[in-house]
Design a protein around this ligand. Sequence first.
Ligand code: HEM
Length: 496
Amino acid sequence: MDYLIDNVQITDLVQIFKLGAFIVLTYLVISVVFAPSNFPKNIPTIPFYVSFLGTYTSMDQKDIYDKYLKEKLEKHGAVKIFFASRWNILVTRPEYLAQVFKDESTFAKSGNHEKIPYAVLSDYTGDNVISSHGEIWRQYRNIITQSIQFPELNPVIKNTEKFVHFLKYAIGDDKHFKTLAVGDFLQRLALANIGNSMLGINFNTLDIEEDSELHKRLKSVKAQIFKPLFMNFPILDILPIPSRIEARKEVANFRKYLSNKIKEEQEKSETKNSAAFKLYLSLKRGEITEKQFTDNIVIILVAGHENPQLFFTSLIYIMAKYPKIQKKLRKKFKNYSFDRLDEISFLNSVLFETLRLFPPLGQIINRKTSRDVLLGSDIHIPKNTYVGYNNFVTGRDSAYWGKDSNEFRPERWGVSNDEIFKNYKISKVYSRLSAFHGGRRACLGERFALYEARVFLKYLLENFTVRLDSSWNDRLTPAGPICPFMLKVKFLKIVD
Ligand code: HEM
């Protein structure tokens, strides 16, 4: 009898478990497929699967934009979109964007450490100057603003010269065009620049004889973090998956390695003005914790090299794709020394046009509403909703950039430097060009990135003729940051 009861109870338990699992699964599916019921009804919903198309099909970000986003976003300026395990509101109309950037207390920054605290990605970058909000953000900014906005620029020239040697070494004695995949070279340059100018350290990424320890470790840690499945579903990092446990360990080791290396260097360094030195000083004074020190060092390394690397990639692509522009710039560079490159009006319009069409950071969703709020005059966004922006979409919006918004036309910025800078400023103020964000939370590294880009182009074009390799498939990255995907370029050394 007892045996029978036990059996009945076990069967019941199994049934209850099955029912529970079914309910949980149904809930999960519903919450992925349908936007929450309290989200605004008067803006469209992008089907949830659109967010995964880049990972699981051959579409790139432009294909996805053309097919699923352009029309809805140009018409409504905001949509409901599924991204990183949750539903969000994506805002692209400049007027709405200006509201989001301006009202910092309502659209409060809430980075990965809050949004997906369980993710390996969040272990990597922590709570830093880009992701934090309020008092903590102000504290970080007080420490590093000056050093990031006005860093030591001389190393950029030396590094770019070394970069050219590195490329020439890779090309060898070839007197014909030689094809190279440019990603690794550009990453080395961007790392060397951020190391010397902001982190007070020489990463030696441009040494020909020996591969830099940092570069090797960074590549390995990035390969662990940017796995498409876990980028799409960071929630999976909660599970005890052996490869993810390993990834977490590797991230911890990398952070420790970087932090120790930076600290050692600050002890010896004669440069007392770098962002790393300022952070080190604050750490020694007990104003910030070890974790806060490392979080900010990591983000300076990450934002400070990845974005310029993407920008360099898009610039070299533009040069290779448009030989006339390449030729015109090469000619202009002859008359300008490094300290006067910003006087070349055509160069400035090429940089701004590249940022418009290829903003390194495409989509960013890291703000959470602190109260119910009205976006524009009639879009009700409930409290605790994640809100983000998409620079790729805003930069191509035909209502602001015209019917030819998808075309690369540097002339649209104007002819004289005055006109070009005025148009650039207006575009930023009115959030029509948001590649560097805007307002109080605007990118601190903009000036540095533009400087690096000018020096990069001068060295590149004075030393090489570049062309696109016909075997390379002309497409953008399928997801995440924006730049031509796995770009291959043909280089021909210019011999004086
Ligand atoms: C072409 C290169 C770059 C682009 C396109 C770019 C873009 C951006 C964008 C879009 C943001 C806002 C992110 C958000 O909404 O959360 C940002 C913030 C920031 N960027 Fe950059 N960035 C670039 C280079 C750099 C460099 C070289 C540094 C140097 C360390 C840097 C440091 C920062 C910092 C510190 C912030 C946070 C500002 C704040 O919230 O107070 N960026 N950047």
